[in-house]
Design a protein around this ligand. Structure first.
Ligand SMILES: *Cc1c(COP(=O)(O)O)cnc(C)c1O
Length: 336
């Protein structure tokens, strides 16, 4: 059984230092007023690839034993960008496999880093199958977006940074998909401060980790288009580590609707002057929707990325309706 501990997360921090990490933690006065205390934003939007996934990708590429044939991964966009960045820095080949649900802006960002891109099928599972085929046929090494100990240790460095800067944090709100981020952050945070409450937050349509935790084992869910596109995809039926970490360390998993994410994106933009992805706004969405219950002290959430489709983002800022597959979000202009 693979295990991971706080010392792996400290080691990851040394491995990624200078390339990824040390992002700002800033207060949101507006959300703080709603929370009845401080509400802090960990700005992973300031990473060189615009998302926290760089941490895990850089650590995993650093830890490769044999890097000569190159690396491959499946991705909803940001992991691919992180792997492409890390591979370029180490001078090795990277092939990123993605489904057709991935926004064009993310595909362009990966190509600009010099990686090869394969668009296959309509789900993360199909993209993963292509990535595994490349490992078998061409000898590439797969780097899982969330179920790899080095990736999880890299993401966990966010938990270290938050609690070192602010040991008084009482609640951590973590966007949740495959659980590499939440698993790593919760492991770090709870080891340093067992009393901290760590809450995973996903969209209510297609939340694979939530369904899996409820079932007590990894289960499949149907993948649908969401404003939180970075939170789509399954957790893998043969999940080795991230499911266990989330099961053992998360206090709660909360789901938010597309309408709540829409509203939270407007709030971050108009109140915090922040451009971020739907996946990053789920913490604010849960707060605004009143889903968090009593908050016993300062709250921090992770603004995980800024690689949003600007056409969709502009529509939301303008209060227009947004269509996602066969689902329509009725828009409204922002009013505080
Ligand atoms: C990947 C990602 C997440 C979720 O991370 P997991 O480790 O898959 O749970 C959240 N936000 C953004 C922007 C991401 O790219």
């Amino acid at each position: 059984m693979i295990s991971l501990s706080l010392s792996d997360i400290f080691e990851a921090r040394r491995n990624i230092a200078g390339t990824a990490g040390d992002t700002p933690l800033v207060p949101s006065p507006h959300l703080g007023a709603l929370a009845g205390g401080e509400f802090l934003l960990k700005l992973e939007t300031t990473q060189p690839v615009g998302a926290f996934k760089l941490r895990g990708a850089v650590n995993a590429v650093f830890k490769l034993e044999d890097a000569t044939r190159g690396v491959t991964c499946c991705s909803t966009g940001n992991h691919g960008r992180g792997v492409a960045f890390a591979a370029r820095a180490r001078g090795i080949r990277a092939v990123i496999c993605m489904s057709s649900l991935v926004p064009q802006t993310k595909i362009d960002g990966i190509k600009a880093l010099g990686a090869e891109v394969r668009i296959v099928g309509r789900s993360q599972d199909e993209a993963l199958a292509e990535s595994l085929r490349l490992c078998a046929d061409e000898g590439l090494t797969e780097i899982s977006p969330f179920d790899d100990p080095h990736v999880i240790a890299g993401q966990g460095t966010i938990g270290l940074e938050i609690l070192e800067r602010r040991p008084d944090i009482a609640t951590l709100l973590v966007p949740l998909s495959g659980g590499g981020l939440a698993g790593g952050v919760a492991l770090a945070a709870k080891t340093i401060k067992p009393s901290v409450r760590v809450v995973g937050i996903s969209m209510d349509r297609g939340a694979a980790m939530h369904a899996s935790l409820a079932a007590g084992r990894p289960v499949e869910v149907e993948e649908v288009a969401s404003l939180a596109d970075s939170l789509g995809g399954g957790i893998g039926l043969d999940n080795k580590l991230s499911f266990r970490l989330c099961r053992d360390h998360l206090d709660d998993v909360i789901l938010v609707t597309e309408e709540e994410i829409y509203r939270a994106l407007q709030t971050h933009y108009f109140e915090d002057r922040l451009v971020c992805e739907g996946a990053s706004a789920v913490g604010a969405a849960a707060l605004i929707a009143g889903r968090l219950g009593d908050l016993a002290g300062p709250v921090a959430t992770i603004i995980t990325g800024r690689n949003v489709d600007m056409a969709v983002f502009s529509a939301i800022i303008g209060g227009a309706d947004v269509t996602l597959g066969d689902y329509r979000i009725t828009g409204a202009p922002y009013a505080a």
